[in-house]
Design a protein around this ligand. Structure first.
Ligand SMILES: Cc1cc2nc3c(=O)[nH]c(=O)nc-3n(C[C@H](O)[C@H](O)[C@H](O)COP(=O)(O)O)c2cc1C
Length: 212
């Protein structure tokens, strides 16, 4: 991490092409869905979490709560519970395609919602806070970019968000530290990549309208 003086130099343009490094990092980031068993180094984890905590938040609320899961048996239990709870769900017509896919995969068996990453960060926030999701998204993106810069694979994991209202999942997560008044906003799988780096996907959406 930069100290305050280095940051100031960087912002005044004296830090070489660091800003381009950040833009390049944004463009290089890809979702990684295959990980090595080996855990990521603690100092990398700390740098990623710190980058997340430096994300902006509405009214400087800083109310995100990061639950870092690295315990293998806890992760296995959670994986099995997620599969069980999805497998009990029925498909509705208007359902979001990825939720449908999770239900179908769970009914089939062997569903691994977090790709057996050695680290899963659950991002929660206050239930009654209007910026809960947006603040969490800023934090998650910061963590993904930090991970990319450290050559650590990452992937946003939304299943625990979708199961936020599920009693069994909530009970399990509350035992791990989720507050009763917190809502799960997202998750992040982190690990050493077990796949080759992929080219960025072409941007055909995310339209821009200029009014100059
Ligand atoms: C809000 C959000 C939720 C996502 N949820 C999941 C998820 O649950 N599982 C998954 O494998 N990828 C998930 N992704 C990753 C997207 O599928 C991915 O970003 C997209 O396909 C573009 O690929 P890229 O990240 O490699 O550029 C999610 C991304 C976002 C922003």
């Amino acid at each position: 991490m930069y100290n305050y003086q280095q940051l100031n130099q960087f912002l005044k343009g004296k830090g070489g092409n660091k800003m381009n490094d950040i833009i390049n990092c944004m463009k290089a980031r890809r979702s990684v869905r295959k990980f090595m068993d080996q855990q990521i180094p603690d100092q990398d984890l700390e740098a990623i979490l710190e980058a997340g905590r430096y994300a902006p938040s509405g009214g400087n609320n800083q109310s995100c709560h990061l639950i870092v899961l690295q315990n293998k048996s806890v992760l296995k239990e959670l994986k099995e519970l997620v599969e069980l709870e999805f497998s009990k769900m029925e498909i509705d017509e208007g359902m979001y395609k990825s939720i449908k896919a999770s239900i179908l995969a769970s009914k089939k068996g062997g569903y691994d919602f977090y790709y057996s990453a050695p680290t899963l960060v659950v991002v929660a926030n206050q239930q009654d806070y209007g910026n809960a999701l947006t603040d969490s998204a800023c934090l998650l993106e910061n963590m993904m970019l930090a991970a990319t810069s450290l050559n650590i694979g990452s992937c946003w994991i939304n299943q625990l968000r979708w199961l936020d209202g599920n009693k069994e999942i909530r009970t399990f997560l509350e035992k791990l530290g989720l507050g009763e008044n917190e809502t799960v906003c997202g998750g992040l799988a982190l690990g050493l990549k077990a796949v080759k780096d992929q080219e960025p996907l072409k941007r055909t959406g995310n339209q821009i309208t200029y009014v100059k």
